[in-house]
Design a protein around this ligand. Structure first.
Ligand code: G1P
Length: 278
């Protein structure tokens, strides 16, 4: 582990169907889609490790067993390539497996991101935790987005969402915040709305898939009514904390690729290849 962190657990909601990538996601989890030689979720796990976390709590669903197999040893394979030039290709994943604990629980019904996070409560308990949505792939030359957010958590000790400015026509794809800028790029959130139409959006500051949440969020989610799309939204639960001044929004440093869309996925693949990540 690189740093000491007040947060040791990272939750990965990974039960969604990935319908935008059908048919490839018919029998394969969308979190296992490769960007070059690594599946999306591995980038997320590496970002969490870099932020000092060593427990990965994964909310899975039917058809997601490849994720568990990926974060496990494969003795036959390792035996097969031992002593060959290929051995180093498993070094990163082996390092992850050695350093982290993985725990899993299944979400039986898809009732929204808030519901997925509540499903993970059994793996987290009463401690602050991070959330990574693996299809938002984030890269930065220096500290990763979650590392940046952990530093902020040390100062503010409340829930934090990562945000970026988006084209105002795109607000209906994101949770959107409004707030008071208390430091450059740091807002105390006063309002948040899940996927508002452009005319209803309070700003063009969109939440991306990185959160730090305080554990009181679980009780709030339990009483959160279904919102946008009839689903239990984490954005609605966070609004309750925001009303008490307990949510910070942070314009992160780095670049985020929306790998939940074909365009973003292709862009990530090309740009990481050009950067020589392989
Ligand atoms: C979820 C959240 C949304 C957030 C987005 C970031 O939406 O509900 O508030 O802006 O992730 O990727 P989804 O993309 O799962 O529909």
């Amino acid at each position: 582990m690189k740093k000491t962190s007040p947060i040791s657990v990272c939750l990965f909601p990974a039960a969604g169907y990935g319908t935008r990538f059908l048919p490839v996601t018919k029998a394969m989890p969308k979190e296992m889609l490769p960007v070059l030689t690594k599946p999306l979720i591995q980038y997320g796990v590496e970002e969490a490790m870099d932020a000092g976390m060593n427990t990965m709590a994964i909310v899975t669903g039917r058809g997601k067993r490849a994720i568990e197999d990926h974060f496990d040893v494969s003795y036959e394979l390792e035996h097969q390539i031992k002593g060959t030039s290929k051995e180093k290709m498993l070094a990163d994943i082996r390092h992850i497996i050695d350093k982290c604990t993985f725990s899993y629980t299944r979400q039986i019904e898809m009732k929204g991101l808030g519901h997925a996070i509540l499903t993970g409560e059994t793996l987290i308990g009463n401690q602050p935790f991070a959330v990574i949505l693996a299809d938002d792939l984030c890269v930065n030359e220096s500290d990763g987005v979650l590392s940046q957010m952990v530093e902020l958590y040390k100062k503010y000790q409340c829930s934090i969402v990562a945000i970026e400015e988006i084209d105002p026509s795109q607000t209906d794809k994101y949770g959107v915040i409004a707030g008071e800028e208390i430091e450059s790029g740091i807002y105390r959130v006063t309002n948040m709305v899940e996927k508002p139409s452009p005319q209803d959006a309070p700003t063009n500051l969109a939440i991306i898939g990185r959160y730090i949440l305080t554990p009181d969020i679980f009780d709030i989610i339990r009483t959160t009514k279904p919102g946008k799309g009839g689903e239990i939204q984490i954005t609605d639960a966070l609004l309750e904390q925001a009303k008490a001044g307990k949510v910070i929004a942070y314009k992160f440093h780095g670049k985020r690729y929306d790998c939940g869309s074909i365009d973003g996925y292709v862009q990530a693949t090309i740009e990481l290849y050009q950067k020589g990540v392989l």
